[in-house]
Design a protein. Structure first.
Length: 133
């Protein structure tokens, strides 16, 4: 029982040190938050952005082999990640170069709508095959 309490105390101390280090880094490199509470809130926003960007990026990667606009979704995920993760900006440039675009650099509507249509048809066919046949 005493060993368990000691481990719990060590874990608590380690997490507290990690939190202090994250707050210190945020105060130095963030948007110059004035209070510790603002720094902690901004850390949570960054974590949320990173999780959302990673989820979209993984969904885009899955759509490379599944029906759907994989490159577009991957680019959206990398764009969100690029705010906080430097290597994501470099990867985003590579992905954007592979997406068909018009003269102004915008993603062409036929590619976007075609990918969406393929996604809807693929998911609909999968649902029909699984549940309704």
């Amino acid at each position: 029982m005493a060993e368990e309490r000691e481990r719990s105390h060590q874990l608590h101390d380690a997490l507290e040190a990690l939190e202090d280090a994250a707050v210190e880094a945020e105060l130095r490199s963030g948007r110059r938050e004035e209070t510790v509470e603002q720094a902690k809130a901004h850390i949570l926003v960054r974590i949320g952005r990173i999780l959302a960007g990673a989820a979209l990026s993984f969904a885009g990667l899955a759509m490379m082999v599944l029906p759907g606009p994989g490159l577009v979704v991957l680019a959206m995920g990398l764009a969100i990640l690029a705010i906080d993760v430097p290597f994501a900006a470099r990867l985003l440039e590579r992905v954007r170069a592979r997406i068909p675009a018009d003269a102004e650099g915008n993603i062409s509507k036929p590619v976007l709508y075609g990918g969406l249509a393929v996604s809807v048809v693929g998911v609909g066919a999968s649902l029909w095959w699984t549940f309704l046949r």
